[in-house]
Design a protein around this ligand. Structure first.
Ligand SMILES: Cc1ncc(COP(=O)(O)O)c(C=O)c1O
Length: 392
């Protein structure tokens, strides 16, 4: 190891490991496997959205936008909170456009937490929240979501809160479980936020991807949570443009002012022409959002049927585009080992459940599949899984 390797490695990143999701993507490429690991679509983005981007570039929207976001996009974001949730959002004082939810989350945490503040997290959790809190030197307190319905126990949640709690990170609809938190659950979480003076930082990137009767209720729509909620969302999933890096944070004016300061120094701004295109995307007619939901419901059905046929156990996600499969009924116990064997021998990539757990033993019997793929990709993966897992 070169002499400087330790000297120049900051302590705050000492615990970082390579993202297992991206590692599985690399293995999928190496083995020519179908990639159901990383949550990006293999189908085209909507034509209207792509044309809007091309028009914005041709119209020379190519220089820095205002650091907290081009005005038409901030207005479109405020408009969409009114349209979908009946919420009044001030586009000038409460919206910050950022480089995806990824930046939205880290900018929000950096702006609101101090070293040693505690942050409550539901486990399993989207893997970025670990490094996000580490970069802020905040301490994580985990609360288990219990399978099969991934519900939480209010007593356990209460026990995670203390006078040191600065915030709870919520992800709703939830990656990796597909859980959509009910209004009752949001009330319980909000009650603890009020009691302990904590903030709710909520990642609602899958807000438009829900199934059946499940309905997305933004935490900020609870009137008493409006002044203590930071809502993070993005164009990535709703418009199938994960590479655009356009997201937003909606928060009360004083918190927005802090987030804008961090954002300005982190990235200056999200890609300007794509901000103008995202403004047009947000204004797509209701039929777009209905179609999005019904297409994902069909994809969910294809994957669920195949996983069940392959002998894995899974409950249907209520939102987002992932299925957590329990591998024990098929005779396996170690999700990490199974994923590595599967990508090589069956040529389907999934993610070991342990990537989403601090408690590695709790995550071991799970693997996560994504279904943001063409029908034919999912059918092919399903065929390979049914044949391959039965033969193992
Ligand atoms: C829960 C969650 N938050 C954030 C992201 C990343 O979002 P973005 O592309 O907007 O940075 C993802 C991507 O998979 C996600 O699942």
């Amino acid at each position: 190891m070169p002499e400087n390797a330790d000297r120049f490695r900051a302590a705050r990143i000492a615990g970082f490991t390579e993202s297992v999701i991206r590692e599985m993507t690399r293995l999928a490429l190496r083995h020519g496997a179908v990639n159901l690991a990383q949550g990006f679509p293999d189908f085209p983005a909507p034509d209207a959205v792509k044309e809007a981007a091309a028009r914005a570039i041709a119209a020379d929207r190519n220089q820095y936008a205002v650091t907290w976001g081009a005005e038409p996009l901030r207005r479109a974001i405020a408009g969409s909170y009114r349209r979908f949730y009946g919420m009044e959002v001030d586009a000038d004082a409460e919206v910050t456009v950022v480089c995806g939810s990824t930046e939205g989350m880290i900018a929000s945490l950096l702006a609101t937490t101090d070293p040693d503040d505690e942050v409550v997290l539901f486990e399993p959790f989207y893997e970025n929240y670990g490094p996000d809190t580490d970069l802020c030197s905040a301490r994580r307190r985990y609360v288990k979501l219990h399978p099969p319905d991934w519900s939480f126990d209010l007593k356990e949640l209460r026990a995670a809160f203390s006078q040191k709690t600065k915030a709870i990170i919520l992800n709703n609809p939830h990656n990796p479980t597909g859980k959509v938190f009910t209004a009752d659950e949001l009330m319980q979480i909000s009650g603890l936020c009020l009691e302990f003076g904590a903030l709710c930082i909520t990642d609602e990137i899958y807000e438009h991807i829900t199934y059946g009767d499940a309905m997305h209720v933004p935490m900020a729509a609870l009137p008493w949570m409006r002044d203590r909620t930071v809502t993070v969302s993005s164009a990535s999933k709703t418009y199938s443009v994960t590479g655009w890096r356009v997201g937003w944070v909606v928060a009360p004016p004083e918190i927005t002012a802090s987030i804008r300061k961090v954002h300005d120094f982190l990235t200056v701004g999200a890609p300007a022409p794509l901000q103008y295109a995202a403004a047009e995307a947000l204004a797509l007619p209701d039929s777009y959002f209905e179609q999005l939901k019904s297409d994902y419901a069909a994809r969910r059905r294809i994957l669920m049927e195949a996983l069940q046929k392959a002998g894995l156990h899974c409950t249907a996600p209520q939102g987002a585009y992932y299925v957590m499969a329990d591998i024990r009924p098929a005779g396996f116990a170690d999700g990490g080992g199974l994923c590595r064997t599967m990508v090589e021998r069956i040529r389907v990539a999934a993610v070991p459940g342990s990537s989403f757990f601090e408690d590695q033993a709790a995550g071991a019997p799970w693997i996560r599949f994504c279904f943001c793929k063409k029908y034919e990709t999912l059918e092919e993966a399903g065929r390979l899984l049914v044949e391959g897992l039965r033969a193992m």
